[in-house]
Design a protein around this ligand. Structure first.
Ligand SMILES: [Zn+2]
Length: 91
């Protein structure tokens, strides 16, 4: 769980599993160090460091409680397409 304190209204709230997953997904391949979470009370965005989010993500993943976010490793594409053999009659 990642706890966030709103910069605007000062209230505390938790990031949902979905937000954690999205934050990690969105930050992958970028140099971002923060995720902007929307406060459920005042709707303002608050910057949250990604480090604790990543840790929470890893923990959730280990527990198997993460919502599945399009991350499929299996790529089974066994397509035997018959190539057309150009039969040239030898004579
Ligand atoms: Zn707020």
């Amino acid at each position: 769980m990642v706890r966030v304190t709103c910069m605007h209204c000062g209230r505390g709230y938790m990031l949902t599993h979905e937000q954690i997953a999205r934050a990690v997904e969105e930050s992958q391949g970028t140099k971002r160090k923060h995720y902007v979470a929307d406060c459920p009370y005042c709707r303002h965005g608050t910057k949250v460091p990604l480090r604790p989010i990543r840790q929470a993500y890893a923990r959730l993943k280990a527990m198997g409680v993460l919502p599945v976010v399009a991350e499929q490793e299996e790529a089974t594409s066994a397509s035997d397409s018959e190539e057309e053999a150009t039969d040239q009659p030898e004579s």
